[in-house]
Design a protein around this ligand. Structure first.
Ligand code: ACO
Length: 334
């Protein structure tokens, strides 16, 4: 069975409440229709109820009558949510009128729904930039205890099955944090190892990537990766991790043997941790396009509740898959 099929099968076992803030967006409505039809999640769509249902009729979607549709501008929960927002952000100077204004924005309303326990997870971003999806989540849902940084992993399904585990590799951070410190990079490695077990369902072998292998170059950027590897090992002594490694030393056995003899990871890595967002984002897009790999994600990790961001170029199927993944994350959290 394909991994995504088993993720969907798992989602059907205990339906999670997933909120979709972009109720005006065509691909999102089509995806919601499929998710309801396939029984993958309970769906809440944010938007004006009449407009959403009319849009659904225009698209000949039959299942959206079964979704819960909430208009953030008229919802009876506005007062309760605004009070919660003020409570959470009073140290930042948030006052009630500002909170009520923010709630008009569905991307804020959805995160406060999650914080208040009225939804288990969120998928957005088909029509909004990453920063606009993430900022409300950072402000109101925040990170897991012990984690300070949210990052984004991609499941990369390579056509060439010799890499990773039968062609499956995990790349991070490809989506969120532009320039992590050594400590933050270590957290990203730990979080990605968890995502690898939970979502990709394989045992992680983590390579901390650099332009240097085991001291072949000297630079402060290399030092950061060496230090991050040490910190990650201290955070989880059982984790199979090594660095600093160049990409070829990480994934090609003959190169790994030559450049990093004795390394438990060199030549065998299935998780690649990039030293910066720049390198991670560029790498996943190049592998996706040049090697025709299927890229699923970004799966956001480190957030206190599962909130996932789509690429604006996403397909309906991408949204359905990310909803199923978000439901799986929500089940694990419970
Ligand atoms: N993890 C956790 N919290 C964070 C993170 C993070 N990675 N980054 C910022 N925060 C928190 C801050 O601590 C702050 O919290 P506070 O208000 O309670 O003090 C809050 O978020 C806002 O912080 P800012 O520094 O003002 O955040 P800003 O809005 O400037 O930046 C953002 C955050 C938008 C995510 C920024 O890092 C960004 O733009 N990243 C790049 C996203 C992107 O464009 N990715 C590429 C496209 S995605 C793709 O191709 C798949």
């Amino acid at each position: 069975m394909k991994l995504i099929d088993s993720i969907k099968e798992n989602a059907r076992l205990d339906l999670q409440r997933i909120v979709l803030p972009e109720g005006h967006e065509e691909r999102t409505l089509k995806a919601a229709d499929i998710v309801i039809q396939e029984g993958l999640a309970e769906i809440t769509i944010l938007g004006n109820k009449e407009e959403v249902l009319q849009h659904a009729r225009n698209l000949s979607l039959k299942n959206l009558e079964k979704a819960s549709i909430i208009d953030p501008k008229t919802s009876p929960k506005r007062e309760e949510y605004a009070n919660l927002m003020v409570e959470l952000r009073k140290s930042k100077g948030l006052v009630k009128d500002e909170a009520l204004e923010l709630l008009n924005n569905p991307l804020y309303y959805s995160t406060v729904m999650i914080k208040n326990g009225d939804a288990d997870g969120e998928v957005a971003g088909a029509d909004n930039a990453t920063g606009d999806v993430l900022r409300p989540a950072f402000q109101f849902v925040k990170t897991l205890p012990g984690i300070t940084v949210v990052s984004g992993a991609f499941l990369m399904f390579m056509k060439d099955k010799e890499f990773g585990d039968d062609g499956l590799m995990i790349f991070a951070d490809c989506a969120v944090h532009p320039n992590p410190t050594d400590k933050e990079l270590a957290e990203i490695a730990i979080a990605t190892a968890k995502t690898t077990r939970a979502i990709a369902r394989i045992e992680p072998r983590v390579a901390m990537l650099s332009f240097s292998t085991k001291g072949s170059a000297q630079h402060e950027m290399v030092d950061k990766v060496v230090k991050a590897t040490e910190i990650a090992k201290a955070m989880d002594p059982t984790l199979k991790i090594d660095g600093e490694l160049q990409a070829d030393a990480a994934i090609v056995e003959s190169v790994g043997l030559k450049k990093a003899p004795g390394s438990p990871i060199a030549g065998k890595a299935n998780v690649l941790i990039f030293p910066s967002l720049e390198s991670g984002n560029i790498a996943y897009k190049l592998v996706q396009r040049l090697a025709h790999a299927e890229a699923i994600g970004p799966v956001l990790q480190g957030m206190a509740a599962p909130i996932n961001d789509l690429s604006r170029g996403c397909s309906v199927n991408d949204i359905v898959e990310l909803i199923a993944i978000t439901a799986n994350q929500a089940m694990r959290k419970k």
